[in-house]
Design a protein around this ligand. Structure first.
Ligand SMILES: *[C@@H]1O[C@H](CO)[C@@H](O)[C@H](O)[C@H]1NC(C)=O
Ligand SMILES: *[C@@H]1O[C@H](CO)[C@@H](O)[C@H](O)[C@H]1NC(C)=O
Ligand SMILES: *[C@@H]1O[C@H](CO)[C@@H](O)[C@H](O)[C@H]1NC(C)=O
Ligand SMILES: *[C@@H]1O[C@H](CO)[C@@H](O)[C@H](O)[C@H]1NC(C)=O
Length: 351
């Protein structure tokens, strides 16, 4: 009988989440309520960042590689179904040689059959000055041929904890140098200017939206919750909970496995033992989105099954530098008891 290798990556998750819905005071073993002042939370501040984003889709130093597509992608004029993993440099000036401020790491994918509308799921990982190590999470739609595109900032880590806002992208230059293994209608190097702004609230009625009073939705003052559980990532063996679903041609030769996309349904438990009380599962994808270190894009939901949290979820979109001792990932939303949640999770590898 063949020996099966069972690899369990056990991760301890500590989540700080602010939710506007009241959650009961009871301690359920893995959750408790904290005072916002304890985390040093003050009044919200407005920040404004400005940088250039370099997307290089061909050549030796490509920073964007295709990892998946559908059978009909090649005949679709929008390339519908194409999924691209990026590790794109961000710079202060339009020149690629200007001062780097960080990387845009994650996925863009053609999600429209009629126009060029990209799904963008990525993290801005900053490396410059006081922002070094902080991230912003982007989940939005990018209509590449529009002059200015707006994409929501749905969370952040480090100095950007609890961030929300939006980014404006404007294409600065497109270089259509053609290359043999490249789609002729794709630019080989495009530079986009990004602006990031915090929210402002528009009162205007836009036909499908209107202002509501928070009380109408049963919203009360924001409350801080603290959850604590173990996350089991089993990547091989009969009972694997993580399976690879896509990769690029260059993934096998990449030091970091750049381009590998893994789907997970990982058990969450109260104690480090897999046999301890389950509290839910982590469902979604992680993907290698860095060419230089192990930096995973995490796009997943924690689906809780325990006690009053049964049926509630928390959404995570962040960057996981697996070899760091403690990684911080933004909580960008939630459902059920976690409606309107935002916050951050601390992950520490247990063994
Ligand atoms: C690739 O990057 C290396 C090192 O940064 C540089 O010397 C080289 O000119 C680049 N090649 C291309 C085709 O841009
Ligand atoms: C950012 O932080 C990392 C790790 O702490 C360090 O190695 C790197 O030199 C810093 N980069 C800058 C530009 O300060
Ligand atoms: C897989 O799960 C089943 C049922 O939970 C268990 O009996 C079996 O020992 C597990 N197999 C491995 C290789 O862990
Ligand atoms: C959670 O809810 C589902 C559906 O309502 C139910 O079937 C299940 O037994 C519940 N689980 C726990 C642990 O309460």
């Amino acid at each position: 009988m063949a020996k099966t290798l069972l690899t369990v990556l056990l991760i301890l998750f500590t989540i700080f989440s602010i939710s506007t819905l009241t959650t009961a005071k009871k301690n359920h073993g893995f959750s408790r309520i904290l005072s916002p002042a304890k985390l040093g939370l003050k009044r919200e501040k407005l920040s404004h960042l400005h940088f250039y984003f370099h997307d290089i889709v061909s050549g030796k130093n490509a920073t964007a590689v295709r990892v998946a597509e559908a059978p009909m992608t090649k005949t679709s004029f929008t390339g519908f179904g194409a999924v691209v993993m990026i590790d794109d440099p961000l710079t202060v000036k339009p020149q690629l040689s200007s001062k780097p401020v960080g990387r845009a790491q994650g996925i863009y994918a053609s999600a429209s059959q009629t126009d060029l509308g990209l799904l963008m799921v990525l993290n801005f990982a900053f490396t410059e000055g006081k922002y070094n190590g902080s991230t912003l999470s982007v989940l939005g739609r990018n209509t590449v041929f529009s002059d200015v595109r707006e994409m929501p900032i749905v969370g952040g880590s480090g100095l950007f904890r609890f961030a929300r806002g939006y980014a404006h992208a404007h294409t600065h230059t497109i270089d259509f140098k053609t290359d043999q293994d490249q789609d002729p209608h794709l630019p080989s190097h495009s530079v986009h200017r990004f602006l990031y702004l915090n929210p402002h609230h528009r009162q205007k009625n836009h036909g499908f939206s209107r202002s509501l009073s928070p009380a109408k939705l049963g919203l009360k003052r924001e409350k801080l919750s603290h959850l604590h559980f173990y996350f089991h990532d089993i990547v091989c063996g009969k009972n694997a909970t993580a399976v690879r679903v896509a990769e690029a041609r260059m993934t096998k030769t990449s030091l970091t496995g750049f381009g590998a996309v893994v789907m997970i349904d990982d058990p969450l438990t109260v104690k480090p033992q897999l046999s301890s009380k389950p509290v839910g599962s982590a469902q979604g994808i992680y993907a290698s989105a860095s060419q230089t270190d192990v930096g995973l894009l995490m796009a997943l939901n924690f689906a809780f099954t325990e006690g009053k949290y049964n049926g509630s979820t928390l959404s995570v979109l962040g960057r996981n530098t697996v070899l760091s001792d403690v990684r911080e990932m933004p909580i960008v939303g939630g459902s059920g008891l976690f409606r309107f949640a935002r916050g951050y999770a601390h992950a520490h590898t247990h063994r």
